[in-house]
Design a protein around this ligand. Structure first.
Ligand SMILES: Cc1ncc(C[n+]2csc(CCOP(=O)(O)OP(=O)(O)O)c2C)c(N)n1
Ligand SMILES: [Mg+2]
Length: 350
């Protein structure tokens, strides 16, 4: 992987973290209403997967989708304005945090219903297959979604029809407050794909390079006609499920241990254990500076000044996004009514 790409990945991870932490602040100040599900801790998944994708691929995501949208290239300004419910947001302020959408960038939505992404992705993949295009559909979902009926129906159809879908499970071990072994009979999520003869792999989702490589190979197989592929990304959210959830059901030691595996700072290539062991916690030490950026520095692929510059750029981008959102007007009733009507008689094959 070239230097330029590594820098872009680091920059996107820094932007993602900063954007989300700022969104949390704006929420507590009352500038963002409704639900707000944040992504800190999981950045390596969105960044690794979407850097391996082509701009012609489609992306479908959940309600925890701001970072997928950002990495896909939707400007921070129009995402922040959407969170603020303003007219200059990517859905003109009428979608909000859980419903980002950008047809031009083939970002086919955040969806609030758990398991809703599967049939949407399969439908898109079917359309793609009918047109014989070398495009893939990337379908993000959480570990909680694999217990929905849509998961099984969609995987079956995708395999049966050899559709170009990459299923990406963001296994952060929790479905709101319920830990995976309490909600799923099989907690190795990737094993479920075997039931539909879909090749599947478990990946360390805290390691952006590993995520990138695994995605690149899976997408290549899809483009060669191998049909659907499945990647389980083991990751962790540092915050609660949403801003309404303090996440107190998790042992503090667990949160701390995962923070020490921060994807922005991870250096080890080895697979991380499913849950942090006592040795893991003890050996992690208090300092996470030996990180992804440290790894790039050690390889002489970046220097301290460049990292500092990147951080400043990211802060400016986020500040500018908030400023833009604040200045943008709210949509009016007429626009809301027009939006309700806009699809009537215009069903199209995308
Ligand atoms: C069909 C349905 N049932 C319940 C909910 C309420 N709900 C919202 S998020 C969520 C947990 C989903 O967890 P997971 O899929 O692991 O995603 P994560 O939030 O961890 O990213 C639930 C149960 C919903 N939105 N849709
Ligand atoms: Mg989860």
């Amino acid at each position: 992987m070239d230097r330029f790409m590594l820098h872009a990945m680091l920059q996107d991870m820094l932007l993602a973290r900063s954007f989300e932490e700022r969104a949390a602040r704006e929420y507590t100040e009352g500038n963002i209403a409704g639900f707000l599900h944040l992504y800190p801790g999981e950045e390596a998944v969105a960044v690794g997967v979407l850097h391996a994708a082509e701009s012609s691929d489609y992306v479908v995501s959940t309600y925890r989708e701001h970072v997928h949208a950002l990495v896909r290239g939707i400007p921070a300004r129009s995402i922040m304005a959407e969170l603020f419910g303003r007219r200059d947001g990517c859905c003109r302020g009428m979608g909000g945090s859980m419903h980002l959408f950008d047809r031009e960038r083939r970002f086919m939505g955040g969806y609030a219903i758990v398991g809703e992404t599967f049939p949407v992705a399969v439908g898109l993949a079917y359309a793609t297959a009918m047109r014989s295009q070398p495009e893939a559909v990337i379908c993000f979902f959480g570990d909680g979604a694999v217990n929905q009926g849509t998961f099984h129906e969609s995987l079956n159809m995708a395999a049966l029809w050899n559709l170009p879908v990459l299923f990406v499970c963001e296994n952060n071990h929790y479905q709101i407050g319920t830990e995976i072994h309490r909600h799923s009979a099989v907690s190795d999520v990737f094993k479920r794909a075997c039931g539909y003869r879909i090749p599947a792999e478990k990946i360390n989702g805290m390691d952006v390079l590993r995520v990138y490589e695994a995605t690149q190979s899976a997408l290549q197989r899809i483009r060669e006609g191998a049909g659907p592929q499945f990647l389980e990304m083991e990751t962790y959210r540092f915050r609660g499920h949403s801003m309404a959830d303090a996440g107190n059901y998790r042992p503090q030691v667990e949160v701390e241990a995962y923070r020490r595996m921060d994807p922005l700072s991870i250096v080890e290539k080895a697979e991380q254990p499913l849950y942090p062991s006592a040795e893991n916690i003890a050996s992690a030490g208090p300092d996470t500076i030996n990180g992804f950026s440290e790894h790039l520095r050690a390889e002489q692929l970046i220097n301290a000044d460049e990292i500092e510059q990147m951080k400043q750029q990211v802060e400016q981008t986020v500040e500018d996004a908030v400023d833009f959102a604040r200045r943008s007007p709210e949509p009016g009733m007429e626009e809301a009514l027009a939006a309700l009507d806009c699809n009537r008689g215009q069903e199209v094959l995308i």
